[in-house]
Design a protein around this ligand. Structure first.
Ligand code: FES
Length: 113
C-alpha cells in the first residue's frame, strides 16, 4: 500500500523536564480505527523517538491507572482514550509533579519512602 493511502493521526505532545522550558513536538502516526492514544504513543517511542517518556503497565485493561494524562485538555487513561484522525494534544497531568514529558509523580504521599 502506498504511504499516501495510509491514514495518519497527529499527536501534539508536550515535552520537557521540570528544569527545562516546555515545548511541543508533533508526531504523525499511522491511524487505524480503534487505536488508543497509548497505542499511538507506544508507536512513536518504537518508530520515531525512543526518548519520549510515557508510563503504562496493563495496556488496555484499565487496571493499573498509570497511563493518565491530559488528552485534548481532559484527564484520560491514554490506554482507553480513543485516538481520532484529527490533531490530538497530549500533556502531563497538571496537578502532579512533573518527572519528564508525559510522566508525573502519581504516588500518594503515604506510599513514598
Ligand atoms: S495502562 Fe493500565 S490503566 Fe492504562
Amino acid at each position: 500500500m502506498a504511504d499516501a493511502a495510509i491514514k495518519k493521526a497527529t499527536l501534539h505532545v508536550r515535552r520537557g523536564a521540570p528544569a527545562e522550558a516546555a515545548h511541543y513536538d508533533d508526531f504523525a502516526v499511522p491511524y487505524e480505527d480503534g487505536m488508543s492514544v497509548l497505542d499511538a504513543l507506544r508507536w512513536i517511542r518504537i518508530h520515531l523517538d525512543s526518548t519520549l517518556a510515557i508510563r503504562y503497565s496493563c495496556i488496555n485493561a484499565n487496571a493499573c491507572k498509570t497511563c493518565m494524562a491530559l488528552v485534548n485538555g481532559e484527564v484520560e487513561y491514554t490506554c482507553i482514550a480513543k485516538l481520532t484522525p484529527e490533531l490530538t494534544t497530549v500533556e502531563p497531568l497538571p496537578k502532579r509533579p512533573l518527572i519528564r514529558d508525559l510522566v508525573t509523580d502519581i504516588l500518594p504521599e503515604d506510599e513514598k519512602f
